[in-house]
Design a protein around this ligand. Structure first.
Ligand code: 6PG
Length: 247
C-alpha cells in the first residue's frame, strides 16, 4: 500500500543535506538491524555532491559502512573517469571511503545496451532475484530534472514504458545520447525513495510535480507500491509551491 508522500522543506541546502544525511543514517541502521545490510541506489547530477560529501565526513563516520552497498540509479554512457560520470562524482564525494566490494557501478564505458544488460545481471545476482522479480532497495536517491525527469527517465522516452526489465539503455533525443537507467518498476519496488531538489531553478518544475498531477511527468510516476516517498527540498525550490505536508 503506497504511503502518503512526505514533503519536507528546509531553509537552506545545508539544512536539507543535514536532514537527508540524518534520514540516511536512520534508514541504514534500521536496514542493517533487520536485514543485515543497507542497499542504496545513488542518484547522479550535481545536487547530491554536497550531500555525499557530508555523508563521507566525520559527522557520519559511525555509519555501518561495511554493511552498506552502493549501486546506481542511472549513468551516462561514458567511462568512469569522464567528467559527466555519475560514478566519478560519487567516487570523489563519497565512495572513496567505501570498501571496493560494496560498490557496484554501471559499466557505462561499453555500448549502452551491453552496459544495461550487464547491470541487470549485477542486480539479479546481488539481490538473488528469481526470474520476474524486482529488487527492493532500502533507499533510492533521486533528483529532479528541469523537465521533470528523474534518474534517466526523460519525458517521452521509451524507458518509461518498460515494465519487465530492471535496467535499460534509454535514447535521450534532447542530448542525442543513450543513458543507462533503472526502470520504474525497480524504483517503485523500493522501501524508501528520497528526492532531493534545491535551488530556484527547480521551483517551476517542483510546483508542476506537486500540483499538476495531469502533467504525468516521469518523476510523478515514482510512487513506491509498498514504501515511503519523501521529497526533501529547500525553500528556494519550494518558493512557487503551495505550502503543504503531503501531496
Ligand atoms: C543524472 C541524474 C538526473 C539528475 C537530475 C537533476 O544522471 O543527471 O540521474 O536524474 O538527478 O537531472 O540533476 P541536478 O541535481 O544536476 O539538477
Amino acid at each position: 500500500m503506497p504511503s502518503q508522500p512526505e514533503l519536507r522543506i528546509f531553509d537552506t541546502p545545508a539544512d536539507l543535506f543535514a536532514a537527508a544525511a540524518t534520514e540516511f543514517a536512520a534508514l541504514a541502521s534500521a536496514a542493517v538491524q533487520s536485514r543485515g545490510r543497507f542497499c542504496v541506489a545513488l542518484s547522479g547530477g550535481s545536487t547530491p555532491r554536497n550531500f555525499y560529501q557530508l555523508l563521507a565526513s566525520n559527522a557520519f563516520s559511525n555509519l555501518p559502512w561495511d554493511k552498506t552497498y552502493f549501486l546506481f540509479g542511472d549513468e551516462r554512457n561514458v567511462p568512469p573517469d569522464h567528467s559527466d560520470s555519475n560514478y566519478r562524482m560519487a567516487k570523489e564525494a563519497l565512495l572513496w571511503k567505501v570498501p571496493e566490494p560494496n560498490v557496484f557501478r554501471i559499466h557505462a564505458e561499453h555500448d549502452a545496451e551491453t552496459a544495461a544488460r550487464d547491470y541487470e545481471q549485477t542486480l539479479r545476482t546481488f539481490f538473488k532475484l528469481q526470474p520476474g522479480k524486482f529488487p527492493r532497495f532500502d533507499l533510492v536517491l533521486l533528483g529532479l530534472g528541469p523537465d521533470g525527469h528523474t534518474a534517466s527517465l526523460f519525458p517521452g522516452t521509451s524507458a518509461l514504458n518498460e515494465n519487465n526489465r530492471l535496467v535499460v539503455a534509454n535514447w535521450v533525443e534532447n542530448f542525442k545520447t543513450y543513458r543507462i537507467t533503472l526502470t520504474l518498476p525497480v524504483l517503485n519496488h523500493a522501501a524508501c525513495v528520497i528526492f532531493l531538489a534545491c535551488g530556484p531553478d527547480k521551483a517551476a518544475i517542483l510546483r508542476e510535480v506537486l500540483e499538476n498531477q495531469s502533467a504525468n511527468l516521469p518523476s510523478q510516476r515514482v510512487r513506491p507500491a509498498d514504501g515511503r516517498l519523501i521529497w526533501m527540498v529547500d525553500r528556494a525550490a519550494a518558493q512557487l509551491s503551495t505550502e503543504r505536508e503531503g501531496f
